[in-house]
Design a protein around this ligand. Structure first.
Ligand code: ATP
Ligand code: MG
Length: 179
């Protein structure tokens, strides 16, 4: 499966809509300090359902909406989409899968799969055990390896379970037991 494209509007420093096309092979993003490189990985994590604002280097959820600059007024909405070429990794019958998350300054947030409104839970389910989820191995930030090596055994176990692809069974079991 391939991540084909990222589109973002109003997310952190991206006041204008940006589109990043990912070609086959390796894509490197370079730029001066503070130019928004890490904001791109934050955008990926956010659209995959990250709920902990600290993992996105913010303190309040509206910190991810463009806050304005000397030349630009603040925006009231942030929207990020990831577009995948789905080879069957994602359990839906679409070759192209677009996942979108939107946040309004009022605090309301929305999620979409191929432009149909869905729940956060649907996003989690879509990526469960693919290793792509916001807490999977697809994004390794600075200090992440150190965190994993120093983590508590139960946290480390959760990490291995996600990587091994058995999280969805544990989640389903927990839901069944609750019912
Ligand atoms: P470095 O090379 O230092 O790691 P970087 O390219 O990774 O830099 P980022 O951390 O992605 O840079 O971008 C930081 C910039 O994003 C800062 O200038 C900050 O002001 C800006 N920024 C973050 N959140 C917002 C927001 N809500 N509105 C406007 N600008 C924002
Ligand atoms: Mg950075």
């Amino acid at each position: 499966m391939q991540l084909k494209r990222l589109e973002a509007y109003g997310f952190k420093s991206f006041a204008d809509k940006i589109t990043i096309e990912f070609d086959h092979g390796i894509t490197a993003i370079v730029g001066p300090n503070g130019s928004g490189k890490s904001n791109i990985t934050d955008a990926v994590r956010w659209v995959l359902g990250e709920q902990n604002i600290r993992n996105l280097r913010g303190t309040r959820s509206e910190d991810i909406i463009f806050a304005g600059s000397a030349q630009r007024r603040p925006l009231n909405i942030a929207e990020v989409s990831l577009i995948f070429d789905n080879d069957g990794t994602l359990p839906v019958d679409f070759r192209e899968v677009a996942v979108t998350r939107r946040l309004y300054r009022s605090g309301e947030s929305e999620y979409f799969i191929n432009r149909s409104r869905c729940r956060l839970k649907d996003i989690y389910q879509l990526f469960a055990d693919t290793g792509i989820g916001h807490d999977g191995m697809s994004i390794i930030g600075q200090n992440r390896m150190e965190d994993i090596l120093n983590s508590r055994p139960e946290d480390r176990r959760a990490f291995f379970e996600e990587t091994a692809g058995i999280t969805k069974f544990r989640d389903r079991k927990r839901e069944t037991v609750r019912k």
